[in-house]
Design a protein around this ligand. Sequence first.
Ligand SMILES: [Zn+2]
Length: 312
Amino acid sequence: MRVMKIFIGLLCGAGLFLLVQQQGCQRPPPSPQSLAPEPHLRVALQQDPLIVKEINIEGYLMGVLAHEIYADWPLPTLMAQAVASRSYALYRLSHPVHEEFDLSASVSDQVFNPTEKPPLSVIEAVSQTWGQVLLFKGEVIPAFFHSCCGGYTEAAKRVWRWADPYTFLVSQPDSYCEHCKYQDWEYSILRETLAETMRHYGYDLPEGWVLRLRASRESPRIREVDFVLPLVPIHPVRMTGAHFRQILGYQNLKSTLFSLEEDGPLLTFKGHGFGHGVGMCQWGAKGMALEGKTLEDILHFYYPETELKRIY
Ligand SMILES: [Zn+2]
């Protein structure tokens, strides 16, 4: 009986009161600092044909956390994810890209699946951070996150031009994700196949091309990829590491933290981590929680200079 009461209490606290309103649930009292109501979102479950679901943000977060992170990870990690996902959703709400909806339910925003039975740990993480977001200079930030940085996070402006204002999201070493399952990966491709793929994207590579990778002083992540002809001073085919990754496929070239080995016609990329590397590294946030770090520690490490605040 006591367990049932706790369970119902958690559901209510998480905004799923509709599911259990017969039991007389109430939402938690509003924050004394704010009178703002809980925002609603229009989430595109699919775009062709368009199917939009309207949902309160805390209910939305249940369906995001259940798919964006492992429910059996430590609570501070799940809470950090809830804060990051809530901040991202609220940022999108105030910076609309589409007329008909606020967020898509896919990886282009955050993976969301409406779920009637979120794991208890997800319900607890969402309800314990109810209404809490990350602010920078008083504005909600798009709190980017990724699976595993592989030992080095990435500066936001290196991945998206529009992320220029988020100067606090810099490249930094991260030792907390050393046990991430994507810590070491390899991807091999034939030169011929790579040239064909590049051609498909509008890049014609000259006969005899050589691949040059450039990192920078700030980070060992690959910033620029050049296709050059050795000893011939012609303008190379050049692109950012992020774009090169997009062309080869995010599942193949799992991050921009990689090196190259050549064996005859075979090119092998050896890398670390999975994802764009900006903001919170989920595996690192797990590592921090396992070392006893708190929600605030995790957010301070991955989103320095931001303020955690409850806004509704
Ligand atoms: Zn990391």
